[in-house]
Design a protein around this ligand. Structure first.
Ligand SMILES: Nc1ncnc2c1ncn2[C@@H]1O[C@H](COP(=O)(O)OP(=O)(O)OP(=O)(O)O)[C@@H](O)[C@H]1O
Ligand SMILES: [Mg+2]
Length: 352
């Protein structure tokens, strides 16, 4: 027996099985250990909700298997129906019952409505214990979201799926609720999978994050490992917000628009095609002889982000707010000392 709450093996999915187009989900493998919260992170349309629907049992996979607590619940020919899975679900739009009050919403899925200990604990934890008689239309957005989480966990499930649970909340409520979520799950001994397209959200509260694009998982790792070792170009641009720059081989050296690449320690540099560098590791200087041009600038609180064109590349460069340049200014760019970049394929980290 393993300690896994959820295991997905070689999962493939297409909505129209006769369609020759690409897989919507392509070779998905993942594990969620008991007590773990996994973030599923990716851009719009990459297949996040589809994966949740398969785990919940609303769709048959085209290929592969899903197991919950070591019991196979989905394969190509057999699925356990959603109501028998004992999985809690929190939908993006809350999906509360409008004609039932808070308590009735929470008790709805409970077989033994007399055993209120878990319900009372959850209502108390999320601060809804004094609102039990209210109807959903009498609650704020944040309160509705809390109610949806309580309703999903109340029937004693120890596995919960959350689809963009905080997306329609204002920033203050969002920050408060999302920091509470790991504690609520811990208090119920529950594991979960939370879908989001916001890297910061996934990285801030999840134990591990699966980064997905076009139906494929690129990397599953702890937030710190994703930040330090992004395995693919997609991960480094989507998670780290890095610039992706083409590399050309000139004689025996590799060149980028920021100058020569340090190939020390690279066993075989022939295959290196792209570099990935953070906007904070590029320095920008106004210069009449510079070959770069400022296209736009954006204030981001403590920083300025310049968009700069250089040799057919558009790069983002982060500076402090005192480094003022104007749109159209000529400038020169260079890689800062004490920084690093990544080379792909291979995810080779090069320190400067
Ligand atoms: N019922 C359906 N029938 C056919 N195609 C579908 C169906 N549902 C989703 N799709 C397609 O599957 C792909 C993945 O959709 P999905 O809803 O899983 O994306 P997502 O990652 O959740 O996106 P978002 O962040 O916008 O919610 C999309 O191309 C979408 O058009
Ligand atoms: Mg979705």
């Amino acid at each position: 027996m393993t300690n896994d709450a959820l295991t997905i093996d070689d999962l493939h999915h297409k909505y129209n099985k006769r369609d020759n187009s690409n897989w919507i989900l392509n070779e998905i493998n993942l594990k969620i250990e008991n007590g773990e919260l996994l973030g599923l992170l990716g851009p719009s349309g990459c297949g996040k909700t589809t994966l949740l629907r398969l785990i919940a049992g609303f769709e048959y996979p085209s290929k592969g298997r899903i197991s919950l607590n070591n019991i196979e619940i989905s394969n190509r020919t057999k699925i356990l129906s959603p109501e028998k899975r004992n999985i809690g679900m929190v939908f993006q739009d809350y999906a509360l019952f409008p004609h039932l009050n808070v308590l009735e919403n929470v008790l709805f899925g409970l077989k033994n409505k007399k055993d209120r200990s878990r319900v009372d604990y959850l209502l108390n934890v999320v601060g809804l214990d004094s609102f039990v008689g209210r109807y959903p239309h009498e609650l704020s957005g944040g309160q509705k979201q809390r109610l949806a989480i309580v309703r999903a966990l109340a029937p004693g499930t120890n596995f919960i799926l959350l689809d963009e649970p905080f997306c329609s909340l204002d920033i203050h409520v969002k920050l408060k609720l999302r920091s509470e979520l790991p504690n609520i799950l811990r208090g119920c001994n529950a594991s979960g999978l939370m879908v989001t397209h916001d890297p910061e959200e996934a990285m801030s509260i999840c134990d591990k994050v699966a980064v997905m694009n076009e139906g494929k998982i690129h990397q599953i790792d702890t937030p710190i490992n994703l930040l330090n070792n992004p395995k693919t170009i997609f991960v480094s641009s989507f998670i780290l917000g890095n610039n992706i720059i083409n590399i050309k081989k000139t004689g025996s050296s590799l060149m980028s628009c920021l100058g020569e690449i340090n190939t020390e320690g690279l066993l075989n540099n022939a295959h290196v095609k792209k570099m990935s560098i953070s906007p904070k590791f590029i320095s920008i200087k106004k210069s009449e002889s510079g070959i770069a041009n400022v296209i736009s600038k954006e204030f981001l609180g403590e920083f300025l982000i310049y968009k700069v064109s250089i040799n057919e590349n558009i790069l983002r460069v982060r500076t402090n707010i005192n480094n003022l340049l104007n749109n159209g200014d000529k400038c020169s760019l260079s890689i800062k000392n004490n920084s690093y970049y990544y080379l792909y394929p291979g995810a080779h980290k090069v320190y400067i």
